[in-house]
Design a protein around this ligand. Structure first.
Ligand SMILES: [Zn+2]
Length: 545
């Protein structure tokens, strides 16, 4: 572009970017460590994860962990320096390849390993990372995670890990970026006698001499989905007849809570029925489904959903929707299990797009109600959740620096999806879109753009500005209207340029679609003195002026 054109264009660009149209960006200072953690660095990009064998011993008395992770990878492009992540105070003791020790240069949480062996494209190689130390203790699990070293009522150790956002490198060495999921994983954990370790996937072997359990995950898994849980556990289970056949559903709870759990976990098969209906088959039949009791609220650990909602309905006994419907189910059990489809099956590539996990999973709560209690219950619930929306920051965060967007990703996310359901205006079609997402992005990491484009394509709706509006600004569309005798006029304000969002309104209780823009329009179908109401299922504000 030559200078004179730029000179003419700049003022135009400035004019067209009115405040309303500006897509808001979060402004925060990010560090070099944020970039090393949050981007696909050159030292990550050249190799593709294939297999982890995490092999550790955990000593709860000393709050100590030691062992190694074997990282098998395929060489995509010949390079000699490989990045592994591990957070202090844990220390890397040595890194080897084919038994030979390698040199490691550390920069905070990122460790750069220089390989001796020539790395040839297509080859499968392994590095073994030995490490030990006292890992970061969780301050407020699962949000400010790490290790939770707790005790049960009998004084026995009750230990669990949680690390979303913070990163799995807080407790084990790995490639700590979401874009590359390992294809399978073996988790071997030695714990003191009298305690049981439950991790992801299936128990392949228990070595009773050393009390080492070997849990195998046969499907791709993201880093924060990996967990270990150590307690005086007892086990019960059931067989669920699901869409892909018989699914093993297993429950691991504290010895004293067995009877409570047997009653309370009756929500689990109800959850499975609702979510298989709306989202398609549970994505990890091979690895089974588990609920594992933990000393914190809960987390969506893949095939090992952790649970700590104190055997209460709602969210620790509270109804987040304020409608009463939120007390019909155990919020944590339903919500964290919903993540098996949106978080574990379909996973964000960058945490800036975390709404793909939380928006859809928050939305799953009302689909659970829809399945078991009907559409009115689900509509009341999702609308009730709006009271929690702050519109403080955009839902989408900043890319490549491990930065998530606003907490609105939950309730605003569910409400924008509920609004799309209205726009589709065909529940079966909408259900097929949700099932299609889980089929077409099966076991994949995705960007929000992929999800947005997919929904637009499958619904045949023009949604680009719609997603910009709800995900990239904090503005909620306002429908302004005015009635003057037999004239009803309406328009949108507080919208991004070009927003296309028809809405359903009621005139004398008769449903009518109108298509507001920022220009005043007259409702052709309005008759003198008719009542006028906007369908509250659309997440917009309405103002009579
Ligand atoms: Zn969640």
């Amino acid at each position: 572009m030559n200078k004179s054109i730029l000179f003419i264009l700049l003022p135009l660009l400035f004019l067209s970017s009115s405040i309303n149209a500006q897509l808001q960006q979060e402004k925060r200072a990010f560090t070099e460590q944020d970039t090393l953690r949050g981007s696909i660095t050159p030292e990550r990009a050249w190799w593709d994860l294939n297999y982890y064998h995490l092999d550790i011993e955990i000593q709860p008395d000393e709050k100590y962990i030691a062992g190694k992770n074997t990282i098998r990878y395929r060489v995509l492009e010949s390079q000699q320096v490989l990045q592994v992540d591990l957070q202090p105070p844990l220390k890397i003791e040595k890194v080897t390849q084919d038994g030979l020790p390698l040199s490691v240069k550390s920069n905070g949480n990122a460790h750069f390993v220089t390989l001796i062996k020539q790395q040839k494209a297509g080859d499968f190689n392994e590095v073994v990372v030995h490490y030990s130390g006292n890992p970061k203790e969780a301050i407020r699990a699962p949000w400010d995670g790490g290790f939770s070293w707790k005790r049960d009522d009998n004084g026995k150790h009750f230990v669990a890990t949680s690390c979303q956002g913070l990163g799995a490198s807080v407790w084990w060495p790995n490639k700590d970026h979401m874009y590359d999921e390992v294809d399978s994983m073996l988790i071997s954990v030695k714990v003191p006698r009298g305690l049981t370790n439950v991790a992801n996937g299936r128990l392949r072997k228990l070595d009773t001499v050393t009390n080492t359990s070997h849990w195998f995950v046969s499907n791709p898994i993201n880093n924060y989905g990996v967990n270990v849980n150590i307690a005086d556990y007892v086990h019960f289970g059931e067989k669920y007849n699901g869409e892909k056949g018989i699914l093993d559903m297993d429950y691991w709870v504290l010895r004293d809570d067995l009877e409570k759990a047997k009653e309370h976990f009756k929500d689990a098969p109800k959850m499975m029925a609702a979510f298989e209906h709306w989202f398609g088959p549970y994505p990890f039949y091979e690895d089974s489904f588990k609920l594992v009791q933990v000393p914190y609220l809960g987390m969506e650990h893949q095939s090992s959903i952790t649970y700590g909602n104190q055997w209460k309905k709602g969210y620790l006994g509270k109804d987040l929707s304020g409608t009463g419907w939120g007390l019909k189910f155990d919020f944590l059990l339903i919500h964290e299990s919903g993540h098996e489809w949106f978080a574990n099956n379909i996973t964000y590539t960058d945490i800036a797009d975390m709404w793909v996990h939380e928006g859809f999973t928050s939305y799953s709560e009302n689909l659970f109600l829809d399945y078991h209690y009907g559409k009115e219950a689900s509509e009341a619930y999702v609308q009730g959740l709006r009271q929690n929306i702050k519109n403080d920051r955009p839902v989408i965060g900043t890319y490549n620096v491990n930065s998530e967007g606003s907490g609105d990703m939950y309730y605003k996310g569910s409400n924008l999806l509920h609004t799309i359901r209205q726009l589709v205006n065909d529940d079966e079609k909408w259900r097929q879109v949700l099932r299609g997402l889980n089929k077409d992005f099966y076991h994949q990491t995705v960007t929000t753009a992929q999800i947005e484009n997919y929904i637009a394509k499958k619904t045949n709706l023009k949604l680009d500005k719609f997603f910009d509006q709800y995900l990239r600004t904090t503005m909620i569309p306002i429908l302004e209207y005015t009635i003057d005798g037999k004239k009803l006029k309406y328009r949108y304000t507080n919208v991004v340029d070009g927003l296309h969002m028809p809405i359903r309104v009621f005139m004398n209780d008769k449903a009518v679609w109108i298509n507001p823009t920022t220009a005043w329009k007259r409702a052709a179908k309005y008759q003198r003195d008719a009542t006028f109401e906007v369908d509250s299922n659309f997440y917009i504000d309405v103002k009579e002026i």
